[in-house]
Design a protein around this ligand. Structure first.
Ligand code: BDR
Ligand code: CA
Length: 311
């Protein structure tokens, strides 16, 4: 199995990404989940991560709390999308599994130091604060990372929190600049691809038709989360941004992209957090990221539904 750390700010779509990983133990070994402040404050994201592990029947997963705010900026949250708790929709019990006492950033550092070089994948589903903090504190771990697969940024689809920027990168652009500049192999799921993973009514019905607590909870989460996208974009349902990350690990053949240069805007207020992606190769800046642009949406939902059925 590929060994992964999931860094996350749940978030309904984070929750689905985590459930997909937990449903796939043969392919993915979850070494730990590190929560970060993002969609909602840290106290809620670490709670939500534990709720999801319990929903997935995996009280054994280690959940850590990492950074409670961006490296240098004030935290911006997204209750307007995810609701007050960050996981609005289903009514799920308060978690009883413990939060690990170690800080999430220290867990990332220790794990990368202890595990054999090139064996640990970082999956980033929120602002990149925890990973950037780990790289800043222990630069020698960067070369030990197998790859970073992250949801963030946008190019043709531009922004969802400002006209220029996607939420995860916007919240902590300095952290994103550290990660994109670090030199570790990067696979990026921008809005360009995640906006193609829309939970239409038949796809939502397929979750519900599983007839399990997980299927029902996922259907309710996407019911809640889609209100925003229906109103705002006139779409047919909610885009499952973060599950693109865990789906890529399971079935990379569903995705296509280009290995290009991507730089992060940190100076301008107007375009803060913009991912300036050299899709057409018009600069001589060295490529640093595989920027995914397309997916087989039916294949993605077939995989997701089939895996969720196992929980
Ligand atoms: C990203 O922002 C969050 O609201 C979602 O969980 C996802 O990670 C999409 O821009
Ligand atoms: Ca997220």
């Amino acid at each position: 199995a590929q060994r992964i750390i999931i860094d996350t700010d749940p978030g309904q779509d984070d929750a689905v990404a985590i459930l997909l990983a937990l449903a796939s133990p043969e392919e993915l070994e979850v070494l730990g989940i590190t929560a970060v402040a993002g969609n909602v404050p840290l106290a809620l994201t670490e709670r939500n991560a534990r709720i999801i592990c319990e929903l997935g029947g995996r009280r054994d997963i280690k959940v850590f709390a990492g950074c409670d705010r961006p490296l240098t900026r004030k935290l911006v949250t997204a209750e307007h999308v995810h609701g007050k708790t960050g996981l609005d929709g289903p009514v799920l019990p308060e978690p009883s599994m413990p939060l690990q006492p170690q800080n999430g950033v220290d867990f990332i550092i220790d794990t990368l130091r202890q595990e054999p070089e090139g064996t640990v994948t970082l999956c980033a589903l929120g602002p990149l604060t925890n990973i950037a903090a780990a790289f800043q504190r222990a630069p020698e771990i960067v070369g030990r990372v197998k790859q970073i697969v992250l949801m963030g940024g946008a190019y043709f689809e531009v922004g969802n929190i400002t006209p220029a920027a996607e939420f995860n990168i916007y919240v902590d652009p300095e952290a994103a600049a550290v990660v994109f500049g670090a030199g570790a192999p990067l696979i990026v799921m921008p809005l360009d691809v995640t906006h193609k993973a829309v939970v239409t009514k038949p796809r939502n019905d397929a979750f519900r038709a599983l007839g399990t607590p997980v299927g029902e909870a996922v259907a309710q989460m996407t019911d809640f989360f889609e209100r925003f996208d229906r109103d705002k974009y006139g779409w047919d349902g909610a885009p499952l941004h973060d599950p693109c990350v865990t789906a890529w690990l399971l079935a990379p053949e569903l995705f296509t992209g280009r290995f290009i240069n991507v730089e992060i805007e940190t100076v301008s207020d107007l375009t803060r957090g913009m991912t300036v992606a050299d899709w057409w190769g018009v600069t001589d800046r060295a490529p640093n990221a595989t920027f995914i642009g397309d997916l087989d949406a039916d294949g993605f939902f077939a995989l997701l539904t089939e895996r969720l059925a196992r929980l």
